[in-house]
Design a protein. Structure first.
Length: 84
């Protein structure tokens, strides 16, 4: 299976997070879609892969990761996931 990581030029950064499906959260699919649309417009974003509750996003450099982490719409999505 081809992965994004195998097609990228070195160096790059990978940010990995895990998640669990829950019946408790409402709007998860909508939030995930919104976050994906937002992240794709971030400078330095190279791509994303998902498998079994693990999401890996790829970034050109570390300087590109911080603005995404601090994006005003990203922390609420993280908090929603942690509240389950």
């Amino acid at each position: 299976m081809a992965t994004i990581a195998r097609t990228l030029n070195l160096p790059y950064y990978a940010v990995i997070f895990t998640s669990e499906q829950s019946d408790v959260c409402t709007g998860d699919a909508d939030m995930a879609k919104g976050v994906m649309e937002l992240v794709q417009g971030q400078p330095g974003f190279l791509g994303v892969e998902r498998a079994s509750g693990i999401t890996t996003s790829y970034w050109r450099d570390f300087a590109s990761v911080r603005p995404w982490k601090e994006n005003e719409r990203h922390p609420p999505a993280q908090a929603n996931g942690k509240a389950v």
